[in-house]
Design a binder for this molecule. Structure first.
Ligand SMILES: [Zn+2]
Length: 319
């Protein structure tokens, strides 16, 4: 048993939990509990326009019905704005965060302009590529000061070209060069909201999280969070990124792909499917057992090394 293990599950209240969220919850929960660790809950409601009224309460009730037991009170990001402001001020004072006046359109125009130039110079590789999470790499317009007559809309974090690498417990070695792959990224958005990357990093440190177990859809965000940890003087947690649940069309289960909400009347059934998805040899008979019995089996038989790095079967095609 490893002392001082602290894990967490951090859903966004943008809709009800679905099978993909359940996989992340089960993986982080069992990793924590089988190591004698704590498991904390955090409601990631910082992106207020995306919050759905009642979704947070629905998520908590669903987790309870599925037999999850969390330690301590739920942490709500909407109540943590002062902590995010303090972290931003620290980065500003250190010259690591700078004001950016660019609109999304200006960044897109500048990116395509450079692409056109690159193409006209017949280089084989465009200098601007789509950033890893689908956005555009910020061209650095305001890095050395705001253009004359412009004021800051957002705040960005200066990144470096050094390689940021970590060894994920499921995915193996992951490395990024933020300057090349992501660019200076936003900490405080033009709409006045704190960015996800800042909120998550500040909260994981605040909650003393030692182990982050979550879906591999967040793998590309991790080097940004590690860079933020270094800039803020935080300790680096261990990471495990679980395979992402997809539908039969290969799309990630989400609200956008109309993933069905978890059915609390079929909790044991869904837990068994989540365990199977995570590579655990769970007896099929448990799908008709009680939630308690499923957890008893899982706590006794959980084997982390069996988790596959990528999904081997699509939901709802699981047996
Ligand atoms: Zn700018």
């Amino acid at each position: 048993m490893k002392p001082n293990y602290r894990g967490r599950f951090a859903p966004s209240p943008t809709g009800p939990l679905h099978f993909g969220s359940l996989v992340a919850a089960v993986g982080s929960y069992l990793d924590a509990r089988t190591q004698g660790g704590e498991w904390l809950l955090r409601m990631e409601d910082v992106d207020t326009p995306r919050n759905v009224p009642g979704a947070a309460e629905h998520i908590l009730a669903t987790l309870e019905a599925f037999g999850f037991e969390w330690d301590g009170p739920v942490l709500w990001q909407s109540q943590r704005l002062a902590a995010y402001a303090e972290a931003l001020a620290q980065l500003q004072a250190a010259g690591l965060a700078y004001g950016c006046a660019c609109s999304r359109k200006e960044i897109a125009d500048s990116a395509s302009q450079e692409m056109i130039q690159a193409a006209s110079q017949a280089t084989t590789r465009a200098t601007i590529q789509p950033a890893i999470d689908g956005g555009l790499i910020y061209p650095g317009t305001c890095r050395d000061g705001l253009p004359a007559g412009r004021s800051a809309r957002a705040w960005r974090l200066r990144v470096s070209d050094e390689e940021i690498a970590f060894t994920d417990r499921v995915q193996g070695r992951v490395a990024q060069r933020l300057a090349r792959d992501v660019g200076d990224f936003v900490l405080h958005r033009a709409d006045g909201l704190f960015a996800y990357q800042l909120a998550v990093t500040v909260d994981d440190d605040f909650q003393g999280i030692s182990d982050i177990v979550r879906g591999a859809d967040l793998l590309a965000s991790t080097p940004r969070q590690i860079w933020l940890q270094r800039c803020l003087g935080f300790a680096e947690p261990r990471y495990a990124h679980l395979p992402v649940a997809t539908n039969a069309a290969g799309e990630k289960l989400s609200k956008q792909t109309l993933a069905p909400a978890l059915d609390v009347t079929k909790a044991a059934y869904s837990l068994v499917r989540a365990l199977q998805f995570l590579g655990q040899p769970v007896p099929e008979a448990l799908a008709r057992a009680s939630v308690k019995e499923v957890w008893a089996w899982a706590r006794e038989h959980w084997r982390f090394p069996l988790i596959p790095p990528v999904a081997t079967i699509a939901w709802p095609l699981l047996p």
